[in-house]
Write a protein that binds this ligand. Structure first.
Ligand code: CIZ
Length: 305
């Protein structure tokens, strides 16, 4: 068994811009803006595909206009199956790139090209290529949260929904893996499959904030809550989970499980879809190192808080 590489290149500090703070809009301003977006989409034969992590208003607009709200792979697949000429991708840059890879003939637009992902930023293609060159005997598997240039070097590309199955398959064939960029997801897959995995040293800045000790405290306050954890979270958080899974798997768990309360460790954009599909369930954001988290997300101008 392998794990962290000794000779991993030093990755320069990650530059993830802060979430822009937009002014709160009133109902009529929002409605004017929405109508303008709808008009432009009609003119350009565009369809809106939004990720579960984006602002609730954008998820709602995607559904109202016949688009979709999904994970990155389903966003790209939806785009491929739709006859629109233009895909308006509301998500981070790698999601727009993935949509373009699957839809080369379509125009792909993004509202904010600066919206990025710390996993993607923390795995520059030149350093990654050098790392792969040092380990030619390994099968290169990268997570979806990477640039197109990094994906181009990989033998396999996986989402969190299929990572376990693909690594199990490669392990059964006796292959040794070079995994990038998320070390937490990598460790989780390594523990579950027993595969030999050499890890890139990357992590998601959102999921890394979830703290095991704070989650233990919160669980004691909500002993009947089911704990739902995205596998980009650190081991001590994953170890307390009732369900570990992709965004889609966590949303399905809220619908399927009989519990009335759920503590959720992933980006809080996901609460919009969870609340829509299971409005009677109480959703509690997993705690970070800071103070107590808010209970029962409520709609705000920028989404769900
Ligand atoms: O692939 C995606 O959409 C992401 C970022 C996570 C997930 O678990 O679906």
């Amino acid at each position: 068994m392998s794990s962290q590489a000794d000779n991993m290149p030093a990755v320069p500090p990650i530059r993830v811009p802060k979430h822009p703070q937009w002014p709160e809009l009133g109902a009529s301003e929002k409605s004017t803006l929405k109508n303008r977006i709808k008009q432009l989409m009609d003119e350009q034969n565009a369809v809106l595909v939004a990720h579960y992590y984006v602002d609730g208003d954008l998820q709602a607009l995607a559904e109202e206009t016949g688009g979709c709200v999904a994970d990155s792979l389903e966003m790209a697949r939806f785009g491929a199956s739709h006859d629109a000429d233009t895909l308006l991708v509301c998500g981070v840059r790698f999601m727009g790139e993935t949509a373009k890879i699957l839809n080369p003939e379509k125009t792909v637009l993004m509202p904010d090209l600066g919206a990025t992902c710390s996993l993607d930023e923390g795995c520059p293609a030149d350093l990654f290529n050098a790392f792969c060159d040092q380990h030619p005997e390994r099968t290169v598997v990268v997570y979806a949260n990477t640039s197109a240039a990094v994906k181009a070097r990989a033998d396999w590309m996986v989402t969190s929904g299929i990572a376990l199955d693909i690594i199990k398959h490669l392990h059964a064939r006796g292959e040794k893996i070079l995994w990038a960029p998320d070390k937490h997801l990598g460790h989780y897959v390594e523990r579950m499959t027993g595969a030999d995995m050499l890890m890139w040293d990357g992590a998601c800045v959102v999921h890394e904030e979830f703290k095991g000790f704070a989650l233990e405290r919160l669980r004691r306050l909500h002993p009947h809550a089911a704990i739902l954890v995205h596998p980009e979270s650190p081991d001590e958080v994953v170890d307390q989970a009732d369900v570990v899974g992709s965004t889609t798997a966590l949303i399905q768990a809220v619908q399927r499980m009989p519990n009335e309360e759920f503590i959720v460790a992933t980006d809080d954009g996901i609460f919009w879809k969870m609340h829509q599909l299971a409005p009677d369930k109480k959703l509690i954001p997993a705690p970070t190192a800071g103070g107590e988290p808010p209970v029962n997300p409520v709609p705000t101008a920028r989404g769900w808080a």
